[in-house]
Structure formats: structure tokens, C-alpha cells
Design a protein. Structure first.
Length: 274
């Protein structure tokens, strides 16, 4: 690991993969708040270690570890040691994996691509991913970098992927689903707990417990996460941080910036400029 203890991020979008977001970063003290993405979150640790939580389980990840996080899966992350960690990530849309699978197999893919495990150890694939990612980053050979990333994504899915299946005990209770839908419909507004309880048909205390148990996040944190996911879309379309803050229900640009960086590792301005 670097010894200068400086946090660094590089963020860009790759048009060859439908505008896929890519990031390489070194984090020493930065802690990610619980959040999720509209896309997959796929990556690997290059050095150091991170402590990450997903589906209520907390694990220590280091070199050789893979992140294969499905869209909508709540997760967080923080340095697992004083020296921090360095990692590489991509955020491909579901369509990227679907297209890749159909091209690989020569037939229509039935279902939605997903990974059965989100945090796992696979040194061979982690090394291959980091090499492919580095080729995307340095841009020295368009054909080599695109070929490398397609190949490693295909290998990841062949080894760890499936079409989506929802376990019986993971299906949403009706009341919790109603609360989630209410928040999704009013994510940019101030929501009272009493209003949310009425919409769900649950008591306030039961709602908070059930929501956290099922989604591994509180209702307020879920609302904030939805605001940030919407902010990413608006910023990608060219919206200014001040306008986006207002459109997403934040008090001001500083409020947006604090929550945005806590969930992406980037400021809104840096995300918008990529």
C-alpha cells in the first residue's frame, strides 16, 4: 500500500459498455454509508483491506476478494486497517451483462442476471479483473481492454452467476413493501413517520424494525439513498449540484455533497465532470 496516506479517486465512464461507471480509489479513512446502486457493483481489492456489510453480514475483504453486488443490494464499506485499501470498481447496467451473456451463448437469456454471493474470495478472477480494469483505465489498446473486460465478466458469471431467484424467506412482507413504495414515490419530500406507518398499515415501532430486518437499512437511510441515486442520474445528464440538491429534496448543496460523498466516494462536482 502507498505510505503517504493520501486518499485518491479516479472516476470515468466507458461508452463501450453503455456508459458504465468505473472507479479506482485509495481510501484511508473514508467510510461508505449504507447505500445501493441501480446497477451492479463489481470490483476487487488490490491492496490493504476493507470491512464491508451486505445482507446484514459483515466481512473483511482483502486482495483476492471479489465484490459481485447485485442492483439494489444495500452495502457499506470502511477501511479494515490503518493503512486503508486500494480497489477497482465498475458499475455495469443489467443490460451490459444480459448482452454479454447472449453474445456468449448465442441465445436469448431467460431471467435477470444476478450473483448468488456478493462478497467472496477468488484470487484468479480478482487478478484478472484488476488487469482488465487497469487496461480500461490506461486506454493503451481499445481492443485489448474491451476484450479483457468482456472475458472477465463472462468468467465471473460462468463461475458465480445465475438468473435471479427470490428465496421464500426473502420475499417482501406486504406492509414493508407498501412502506418502500411510499418512500419511492415521495423520496424528494419530507416524510413523517406517522404518514409512513399509515401507508404501510404497521405501527411505527413495527415498521422501523421490519424495514431494517428486511432491507438492512432504516426508512430514512433508504430515502436518502434514493435521493442520491436520483442525484447521480441528474448529474450525469448535466444538472448542476445546486439544482440537483433542490430537485432531490436536500436542504442545500452542502447537504447533498455530504451524503453524496458518503455513498459514492466522490463529490457531486467530480462525478458530474467525468
Amino acid at each position: 500500500m502507498p505510505t503517504d496516506r493520501v486518499e485518491r479517486t479516479r472516476f470515468w465512464r466507458d461508452s463501450r459498455f453503455l456508459g458504465m461507471e468505473c472507479m479506482t480509489a485509495t481510501f484511508i479513512t473514508h467510510e461508505f454509508s449504507p447505500h445501493s446502486h441501480d446497477t451492479f457493483s463489481i470490483g476487487a481489492i488490490e491492496a490493504g483491506c476493507q470491512v464491508a456489510m451486505i445482507r446484514g453480514e459483515r466481512e473483511v475483504t482483502g486482495p483476492g476478494a471479489l465484490y459481485l453486488i447485485n442492483p439494489g443490494e444495500t452495502h457499506d464499506g470502511q477501511p479494515g486497517a490503518e493503512e486503508g485499501y486500494r480497489y477497482r470498481m465498475i458499475y455495469p447496467d443489467t443490460q451490459v451483462l444480459t448482452d454479454m451473456l447472449e453474445e456468449t451463448t448465442g441465445r436469448t437469456f431467460q431471467g435477470t442476471p444476478s450473483f448468488g454471493r456478493q462478497l467472496l474470495t477468488d484470487p484468479q478472477l480478482a487478478t484478472a479483473f484488476n488487469r482488465a480494469h487497469a487496461r480500461l483505465e490506461d486506454g493503451t489498446s481499445a481492443l485489448e481492454s474491451e476484450e479483457s473486460m468482456y472475458s472477465v465478466l463472462a468468467a465471473m458469471f460462468a463461475r458465480h452467476g445465475s438468473s435471479i431467484v427470490v428465496p421464500r424467506d426473502y420475499r417482501e412482507p406486504a406492509g414493508v413493501r407498501r412502506a418502500r413504495d411510499y418512500i419511492a414515490s415521495h423520496f424528494d419530500a419530507e416524510i413523517g413517520l406517522e404518514d409512513l406507518a399509515k401507508a404501510s398499515g404497521l405501527s411505527r415501532a413495527h415498521l422501523i424494525r421490519a424495514f431494517r430486518k428486511h432491507y438492512f437499512i432504516t426508512p430514512h437511510a433508504y430515502q436518502t439513498d434514493l435521493r442520491i441515486r436520483h442525484a447521480r442520474r441528474l448529474l450525469s445528464a448535466g444538472g448542476t449540484p445546486s439544482d440537483v440538491a433542490l430537485a432531490c429534496g436536500f436542504a442545500d448543496q452542502a447537504h447533498l455533497t455530504r451524503h453524496f460523498k458518503a455513498r459514492t466516494g466522490l463529490t457531486p462536482a467530480k462525478y458530474r465532470a467525468a
